[in-house]
Design a protein around this ligand. Sequence first.
Ligand code: ZN
Length: 236
Amino acid sequence: MGTPSDRAPLAERVEELLALGGPLPIVAAGEPVLRRAAEPFDGQLAPALLARFVAALRLTMHAAPGVGLAAPQVGVGLRIAVIEDPAPVPEEVRAARGRVPQPFRVLVNPSYEPVGAARAAFFEGCLSVPGWQAVVARHAEVRLRARDEHGRAVDEVFTGWPARIVQHETDHLDGTLYLDRAELRSLASNASMADLWSQPTPERAASALGFELPGRPGRPGRPGPSGSPGLPGSAS
Ligand code: ZN
């Protein structure tokens, strides 16, 4: 929570990071900044510094590469995140996961609420938990309220993969990591993911690893038809 005495150090911290040049170092789980509620943005960074910081977040997200990055992931406890997903995936994956391209966006002081009760469960990962992925059942559709980098109000509904990204990044600003919401029996190394679980949906993984997908109580992970474009978890 912000107090006047915190403000100068935050701007100084950002200046120090930017002085490094290039992509910013991403902090990993275990760093307390990832577990604290970030401070609402309220002009702690002057407009020019905010613009430079946002550009550095975008550069860092591209370099990782990732589809979103929250300020705490570079050690800055402010409620600011960036998202962008060119969605370079096969059509089958796009259809199953709703992974449509998401243009670059800056989310300042974002919050979200579910729209409807549908949930969607897919593997996801986090740049601050490198090397691992796990299935997270998330709201299939959310209403996002935020400001953009120019202070303009944002009030927009997101579905599909962009809804997942919005939830993941906003959660970071509340000190929540995706693992807090994940089905831990689905935890898989990147090597396992590449070898075994690259299907569009996690149904086979649910069956083999022994975890449940939403909407299928008592029938953990019964495999669907091969290549089914069904959305696990979207029907409750
Ligand atoms: Zn993350």
